[in-house]
Design a protein around this ligand. Structure first.
Ligand code: 13P
Length: 336
């Protein structure tokens, strides 16, 4: 694939976007995507709410969609945003959970404007070494590519990223890590986790009326301690889907089986977005919105077999969710 700079695709990096978000007390949405419908819904929502947006892909998504197609999808996203009336869209194409220098390099060379190198499962010194190497490559590009790093381990499953045990980020390590690596933002672990089952029932209490799980609160004391060590430095929250119970109920009503699926309450994300947390990652909520709409559609229209018939409500439902997150949770609307 020919080496391409993200600027040729009309994309931006996260640098100015994050600085503004930290100052303004809001967070930029980082929505994962694999399909055209997700991409269209993300762009529609961002344009409608006048929000900057990060479209992110994991290594698994890149494999699923094909790296070449993805690059043109990102370029298409920018052009589509303009067509929808946004004069200067601020769209980032970001690699989520890059697992090696080679993956990050390949993404940078193919037009990503931002990459994450996730060395969080490595011993501290190895995480520093790997992150530093990616940062050196990303920052020496003609157009500066931003790098997200991670300290602390999140539980849960996401594509190829899996961890049984989580441990919180140690605030005493963050200054050393950021200054040694030169990363542009830092993903931390304060109790969020990947997927639609963020907490085991034994970690939660149960609502006596609805029988639904009530998750434990995030470790805001850890976040506060990190902010104190790194004033104004951009912090990232992974695993931040709320797992909306109406979508879970729709899925279960129409033949699905997601018992005790539980996420991070939006109230806590609202609170995080007002702090130095300036990027909030949401993937599972989009999967749930899509699946709920498709399941309901098939149950109500068993005679349908044209993908457009069931993917149109799926796309609309995802867009509704994205707009809600932007306007009612992260507060990134009207920030272009
Ligand atoms: P969720 O599974 O909570 O959507 O998290 C997504 C994520 O953190 C992507 O990196």
């Amino acid at each position: 694939m020919k080496k391409t700079s993200y600027k040729e695709l009309g994309l931006v990096n996260t640098k100015a976007m994050f600085a503004k978000a930290v100052k303004g007390g809001y967070a930029i949405p980082a929505f994962n995507f694999n399909t055209m419908e997700q991409m269209q819904a993300i762009v529609q929502a961002a344009v409608e709410t006048k929000s900057p947006v990060i479209m992110q892909v994991s290594k698994g998504a890149r494999k699923y969609a094909n790296p070449t197609i993805l690059r043109y999808m990102a370029q298409g996203a920018v052009e589509y945003a303009k067509e929808l009336g946004c004069k200067k869209p601020q769209i980032v194409l970001h690699l989520d959970h890059g697992d090696s220098f080679e993956t990050c390099k390949s993404c940078i060379d193919s037009g990503f404007s931002s990459v994450m190198i996730d060395g969080s499962s490595l011993p501290y010194d190895e995480n520093v070494k790997l992150t530093k190497k990616v940062v050196a490559y990303a920052h020496k590009q003609k157009d500066y590519v931003t790098v997200e790093a991670e300290l602390g381990v999140l539980a849960g499953v996401e594509d190829e990223v899996q961890a049984e045990e989580s441990h919180y980020t140690k605030p005493e390590e963050v200054i050393d890590f950021v200054s040694k690596t030169g990363c542009d933002s830092l993903a931390i672990s304060i109790g969020t986790s990947h997927g639609a089952y963020k907490f085991k029932p034994e970690q939660c209490t149960r609502d006596p009326k609805t029988g639904k799980l009530i998750p434990p609160p995030l470790a805001f004391d850890v976040l506060k301690a990190i902010e104190k060590k790194l004033p104004g430095f951009p912090i990232v929250l992974h695993g931040s889907s709320s797992v909306p119970q109406d979508e879970v109920d729709t899925i279960n009503k129409f033949g699905g089986k997601l018992p005790d699926a539980v996420g991070i309450p939006e109230e806590q994300l609202r609170k995080a977005a007002k702090s130095a947390v300036c990027k909030i990652n949401i993937d599972s909520d989009s999967r749930l919105a899509m699946t709920a709409a498709v399941r309901q559609h098939f149950a109500e229209h068993p005679e349908h077999f044209d993908p457009r018939q069931y993917l149109t409500p799926a796309r609309d439902n995802m867009k509704k969710m994205y707009v809600h997150k932007i306007m009612k949770v992260l507060g990134s609307n009207d920030k272009l």
